[in-house]
Write a protein that binds this ligand. Structure first.
Ligand code: HEC
Length: 245
């Protein structure tokens, strides 16, 4: 599958501006060389091409658009981006972006929110300011099911950490980055000690899933409305089925 986006179409619009035409005539009249106004040549930037192979495609995101984009570190949204949809048969995905603006400082493959801001970065590369060569990123494997994604998109994004932090945490559970894994995997629940919070490979024996999905569970703090996206329920379930690594 190949995606590409050409910024020059967008840049072409500026030629409709009459001031630019006057500038162009002036340049053509008194300069023997380049007849393009400066803004035009400036934006005729480099091309970046990449190939990605997605591991664990069962957690390919749907609710969070997956994009390949160029960013300026001072702006939250990409300067230019292409959306990547789930490839058939897990084929490698080729992406390219042409005419990258000189303002670009990095290239990212990331999950975004609906406001096009990255919420989880899968791959990142800085663009050197002085670089004038096209960039080719060789075929790279991208694991979609990392514990870091669970930590950031679930425990931090849904602010579980607000209650599950400190020295003990609500329900005797800490969900901070340094502690969450050890507090969950193969650890007995505080409330129902006959069940583990997470039992690798066993979704029916993982109290964490009951807590966030079962609204008949009697907890002093109901939890079933915290997680709102299907992608995140799928991620938790598939992670446990896959051995909770
Ligand atoms: C507003 C505070 C609050 C937030 C936010 C919160 N929790 Fe809790 N959590 C609690 C309390 C209080 C308990 C103990 C409930 C009980 O024992 O009846 C608990 C219990 C738990 C338990 C069971 C612990 C055990 O071993 O018995 C799990 C698992 C859990 N929370 C996960 C989460 C996750 C995941 C999130 C975010 C999606 C989250 N919590 C957000 C307050 C919170």
């Amino acid at each position: 599958m190949t995606y590409s986006l050409n910024q020059s179409k967008k840049n072409f619009k500026c030629l409709k501006n009459p001031c630019l035409w006057i500038g162009l005539l002036f340049l053509a009249a008194c300069d023997s060389g380049d007849i393009y106004p400066k803004e035009y040549t400036h934006d005729a930037g480099i091309t970046v091409e990449a190939t990605f192979v997605f591991e664990n495609p069962n957690v390919f995101p749907n609710d969070y658009p997956l994009i390949f984009g160029v960013f300026n570190d001072e702006q939250p949204t990409p300067l230019t981006s292409v959306r990547i949809i789930k490839p058939k048969n897990n084929n490698p995905v080729n992406v390219s972006i042409e005419n990258i603006s000189a303002e670009a400082t990095s290239i990212r493959l990331c999950l975004t929110n609906l406001g096009r801001q990255p919420v989880f970065v899968l791959f990142e590369m800085k663009i050197d300011k002085n670089n004038t060569d096209n960039i080719v990123i060789p075929e790279s494997k991208i694991d979609l099911m990392t514990y870091d994604r669970i930590q950031k998109l679930i425990f931090e994004q849904y602010t579980c950490v607000a209650c599950h932090q400190g020295t003990v945490g609500a329900g005797n559970l800490l969900l901070t980055a340094e502690r969450s894994y050890n507090d969950l995997v193969n650890k007995a629940s505080h409330k129902f000690p006959n069940k583990n919070r997470v039992s690798p490979f066993e979704i029916n024996n993982s109290f964490l899933l009951d807590v966030v999905t079962d609204n008949t569970l009697e907890l002093t703090q109901p939890h079933t409305s915290f997680i709102t996206r299907n992608d995140d329920f799928t991620l938790l379930e598939e992670w446990i089925k896959n051995g909770a690594k």
